[in-house]
Design a protein around this ligand. Structure first.
Ligand code: GDG
Length: 737
C-alpha cells in the first residue's frame, strides 16, 4: 500500500508547557478530524504534516519525529492573519452563511496564501511520486493546486469538513476563483453531503464555466472527482470510553444529582454556527409554557471553549451566559436550576457518561458541516432509549432521518419538538433509535477512510471519455472497407457545427454548394440511407434541403421527413408545453440584459442564442441563466441543454438518440452505421449506438463518440472519401469481398 501523507492545519497533538521549567508535554488533541484520522496514521508508515501550535523545543521535535509528525513553522503574526484572519473571519462565516460576520481583508488573504505555500513546500519536500496525499479542510484550500505544481504526478485528495455553500453565497468571496482553482489541484474532493457536492459543482460551472458529468470534471488534462462522503465516528473507541468503569462512576454520580428529572443534553463548541442563543430561547419558550418541565427537566449544556482570540466568539460567549443567567433567574428554584451550563471541556469518559444519561440530545446548529455529536449520541444508545432532536441545517440530518427534525430559527416549533421528545414513549424511541444506531455503527470512521482512499486510488474506474482525435484520411481508411461491403448503410449527420461551420448569425448558416453536393451524392448512393438529424425547426430544414434527396429529422427528433416526402411526421405523443409560458419571459429578460442574445421558438423547445453577444458577458449570463432555469424547472418535464453558445430548453423524452433508434428499428437492421455530431445533443445518439457502429465527434472535448475529427472541413473531407469508395463499388457493380 502507498504511504499516506495527512495534512491538516493543526497536528493531532497539542504542545503544552510543563509548569516548572521549560519542559513541554505532548497531548493528543480531541475533535472529529483527529479521532477520524489517528487510526489511519497509526496503522501505516505515513506522515502527518501540520502546525504544532506552540514552537516545539528540541526534545519535543524528537518526539514529534518519532510519531511521524512534521511541524510546519509559521511566524506568529502570519499565522494569526491566516488562521484567525482569513480562515475564521472570511471562509468560516461565509461557508456557514454568516455574511455579517465576514471580513475580507486582502492582507489576510495574502497570509492565507503564504501559509498554504509554506505547507506546499513542506509537503513537496517529503512527497514521493507514489505517495497518497490527503489534505484537510478550509484552511488549506489553495494547497491542492500548489502541491500539484510542485509534485505533478502525485495523487492528491482533499476533504472539506465544513459546508460548501450555495454558489450564490460562495460568489460573494472576493478570492472565489483562486479558491476554486486551488481545489482543482486535487484528484478527489470529498464533502459531507450531496447538497455540498452539488453546490461546489455549480460554483465550478458558474464561476469557471467548467461542466461536471456525474461528479467528474476535466481540468488541465486531468480528471477531478467530487464526492459526498460523510465522515463517521470511531464507535469502538467512543463506546469503550463511554462504557468504561470511569464512565459508570460518573453516571452514577450524575444520576444521583439529577434525580428523576428528564435530561436534555447539548454539547457544542462555543461557536456562533452552533446556534446556542436560539437553543436557549427555545428552552425558555418550553419552560414558559409548561410549569411541569420547570421542575422535572434540566438542560445540561456543555460549551467547549473555542477560538478565544476572535472577538465575535467573546460576544457569543457573553450572549450565551447572559441568557443562561436570565433563564435560570426566571425559572430556577433553591437548589435547582433549569440549565446547568459549563464552559469547559471534559474527558471522554465524562462525555460518554453524559450521552448515556441524556433522555434527549438537543443538537441545533444554525449550520454545521456534519455534526459528530449527533452521531456520538446515537452510538451510545444501543439501549434504544434516548431521542435525538436534530437541526435540519446539520449535514448529519441527511443520514439521521429518524431524528426529530427542527428548524432552529423556529423557536416555537423547536420548543414543541423538545417537549415531544421528552414525552416520547419507549416504543417510539426504540423504533427511531435502532436504525440510526446500526447506520452509525456500520458507517464508522474506518469505513469513511476506506471509502475515501479507494476513491482516491481508483480514479480510472469511471474515466470521462475523450475520443481519439484522428485525421479524416486515417478515419476514412478505417471506415472505407466496411462501408464498401455493407448491404445497407445508415448515415446520421448533424448539421450546425458538424457539416457546416457556425456563423455569427444563426440564420446565416445556409448550406454551401459543397455541402449540398455532398448531400446529393450521399442521397444518390445505392444501399445508403442518409439523414440530417438537426435541432433546427422544420421550416428551415424544408427550405434548405428540399432539393436534395436526403431524409430529415427536425427539432432534435420531434419531426421526421423521409427523402422524397413532403409531409413531416411527429414522433411520439404531443408534448405538454405549459412550461414555455414560464420560461419565455425569463429568456426575454436575459436577452434584454445581454446585447446580441436572441430567442428562437421551436414547436417543442425554446432556445437562447448568445453567439452574437460579447464573449465574456454572454458566457456569464448563460451560466447564470442555466442555474436559474435549473432551479425553476426542477421536476418539470423538460431538459436544459447547453450547447455551442446556445441554451436549449426542450421537452423531455424527445432527443436525437430516440429519433436515431426509431430509424434504426423501423428501417434496419443496418450493417454499417455512422453518426456524427459536435455537441451535447449528439451525445444522445452516441450513447444509443449499437455495437460495431461508428460515431464521430467534430471538435475537441469529452464525448462518448469512438473518434473525433478537428472541424466541419475534416468531416466533409471524410464524407467525400466515403462517397468515392461507395461510388467505386456502385460503378464496379460487385462489392469487394
Ligand atoms: C467540524 C465541522 C464536522 C466536544 N466537546 C468535547 C469533545 N468534543 C468533541 C465531540 C466531537 C467533536 O468534539 C466536535 O465535532 P463536531 O462535528 O460536533 O463539530 P466541529 O468541531 O465544528 O467539527 C463539523 C466535523 O468538523 C468533522 O468533519 O462534523 O460539522 O464543523 O467529536 O465529541 N471531546 C472531548 N471533550 C469535550 O469536552 N473529549
Amino acid at each position: 500500500m502507498s504511504r499516506v501523507i495527512l495534512v491538516s492545519n493543526r497536528l493531532p497533538v497539542t504542545i503544552s508547557r510543563v509548569r516548572s521549567g521549560n519542559g513541554q508535554r505532548l497531548n493528543m488533541s480531541s475533535g472529529g478530524l483527529v479521532t477520524g484520522l489517528a487510526p489511519l496514521h497509526a496503522r501505516g508508515d505515513g506522515l502527518w504534516v501540520g502546525h504544532p501550535g506552540e514552537q516545539p523545543n528540541e526534545e519535543t521535535l524528537k518526539e514529534l519525529e518519532k510519531q511521524r509528525l512534521v511541524p510546519v513553522e509559521v511566524p506568529t503574526r502570519e499565522f494569526r492573519n491566516y488562521y484567525e484572519g482569513y480562515s475564521n473571519s472570511a471562509l468560516w462565516p461565509l461557508f456557514h452563511y454568516f455574511f455579517e460576520r465576514c471580513e475580507f481583508d486582502p492582507a489576510q488573504f495574502e497570509a492565507y496564501r503564504s501559509v498554504n505555500e509554506r505547507f506546499a513546500d513542506a509537503v513537496a519536500e517529503l512527497a514521493k511520486p507514489d505517495d497518497l496525499i490527503w489534505l484537510h479542510d478550509y484552511q488549506l484550500m489553495l494547497l491542492p493546486e500548489m502541491l500539484r505544481q510542485r509534485v505533478p504526478g502525485v495523487r492528491i485528495g482533499f476533504f472539506l469538513h465544513i459546508p460548501f455553500p450555495s454558489s450564490e453565497t460562495f460568489r460573494v468571496l472576493p478570492q472565489r476563483t483562486q479558491i476554486l482553482r486551488g481545489l482543482l489541484g486535487a484528484d478527489l474532493i470529498g464533502v459531507h453531503t450531496y447538497e455540498y457536492a452539488e453546490n461546489l459543482q455549480r460554483s465550478f460551472r458558474r464561476l469557471l464555466g467548467i461542466e461536471t458529468v456525474r461528479g467528474q470534471l476535466r481540468y488541465s488534462g486531468r480528471n477531478v472527482r467530487i464526492q459526498a462522503l460523510p465522515i463517521g465516528i470511531d464507535t469502538d473507541e467512543l463506546r469503550e470510553a463511554a462504557f468504561s468503569k470511569e464512565a459508570d462512576r460518573y453516571l452514577v454520580e450524575l444520576k444521583r444529582r439529577i434525580g428523576d428529572r428528564q435530561v436534555v443534553l447539548g454539547i457544542d463548541r462555543l461557536d456562533y454556527t452552533k446556534g446556542l442563543p436560539l437553543k436557549l430561547q427555545a428552552w425558555r419558550r418550553l419552560l414558559a409554557s409548561s410549569q411541569r418541565w420547570r421542575r422535572r427537566a434540566v438542560l445540561i449544556q456543555l460549551a467547549v471553549p473555542s477560538r478565544e482570540n476572535i472577538e465575535s466568539y467573546h460576544q457569543q460567549k457573553d450572549e450565551v451566559e447572559r441568557l443562561v443567567g436570565e433563564i435560570n433567574g426566571l425559572y430556577g428554584s433553591p437548589g435547582q436550576v433549569p440549565i446547568q451550563y459549563m464552559y469547559q471541556s471534559v474527558s471522554k469518559a465524562e462525555l460518554g457518561a453524559l450521552y448515556r444519561l441524556a433522555d434527549v440530545a438537543f443538537v441545533s446548529p444554525i449550520r454545521d458541516g456534519l455534526n459528530l455529536v449527533a452521531k456520538e449520541y446515537v452510538a451510545c444508545r444501543d439501549d434504544g432509549g434516548g431521542v435525538l432532536v436534530l437541526s435540519e441545517f446539520a449535514g448529519a440530518a441527511s443520514e439521521l432521518g429518524e431524528s426529530l427534525r427542527i428548524n432552529p430559527w423556529d423557536i416555537e416549533g423547536t420548543a414543541s419538538q423538545i417537549e415531544r421528545a421528552i414525552e416520547m414513549d419507549y416504543g417510539e424511541r426504540q423504533e427511531r433509535m435502532r436504525p440510526m444506531f446500526h447506520r452509525v455503527v456500520q458507517n464508522d470512521v474506518h469505513r469513511w477512510v476506506e471509502r475515501f482512499m479507494s476513491s482516491l486510488t481508483e480514479p480510472e474506474v469511471e474515466e470521462v471519455q475523450f475520443p481519439p482525435s484522428l485525421q479524416s484520411q486515417v478515419l476514412a481508411e478505417t471506415l472505407a472497407p466496411q462501408l464498401a461491403t455493407a448491404e445497407k448503410a445508415l448515415l446520421m449527420l448533424d448539421y450546425d457545427g458538424s457539416l457546416r461551420e457556425f456563423t455569427e448569425r444563426y440564420e446565416d448558416a445556409v448550406p454551401t454548394d459543397e455541402i449540398l453536393e455532398i448531400l446529393s451524392a450521399l442521397g444518390d448512393l445505392e444501399g445508403v440511407t442518409a439523414y440530417i438529424n438537426s435541432g433546427r425547426d422544420r421550416n428551415t430544414l424544408t427550405e434548405w434541403f428540399s432539393d436534395v434527396p436526403i431524409s430529415l429529422i427536425a427539432e432534435h427528433g420531434l419531426w421526421i421527413r423521409e427523402a422524397g416526402d413532403i409531409e413531416w411526421r411527429r414522433m411520439g405523443p404531443p408534448p405538454d408545453l405549459r412550461w414555455k409560458e414560464i420560461v419565455r419571459p425569463v429568456l426575454a429578460d436575459y436577452s434584454n440584459r445581454t446585447p446580441g442574445a436572441r430567442i428562437e421558438e421551436k414547436s417543442s423547445a425554446l432556445v437562447w442564442h448568445y453567439r452574437e453577444a460579447d464573449d465574456a458577458l454572454g458566457e456569464w449570463q448563460a451560466l447564470e441563466l442555466m442555474s436559474v432555469l435549473e432551479d425553476m424547472l426542477s421536476g418539470s418535464p423538460v431538459e436544459i441543454l447547453s450547447g455551442a453558445r446556445v441554451i436549449e430548453i426542450r421537452q423531455q423524452g424527445v432527443d436525437k438518440g430516440r429519433a436515431f433508434e426509431f430509424v434504426n428499428d423501423s428501417q434496419g437492421p443496418f450493417d454499417f452505421i455512422l453518426a456524427t455530431g459536435d455537441d451535447r445533443t449528439d451525445e444522445d445518439i452516441f450513447a444509443r449506438m449499437p455495437e460495431g457502429a461508428y460515431s464521430v465527434k467534430i471538435g475537441g472535448g469529452q464525448s462518448a463518440a469512438r473518434a473525433a475529427v478537428g472541424s466541419p472541413g475534416s468531416l466533409r473531407r471524410l464524407l467525400r472519401s466515403l462517397i468515392d469508395v461507395r461510388r467505386g463499388v456502385d460503378q464496379n457493380g460487385a462489392k469487394p469481398a
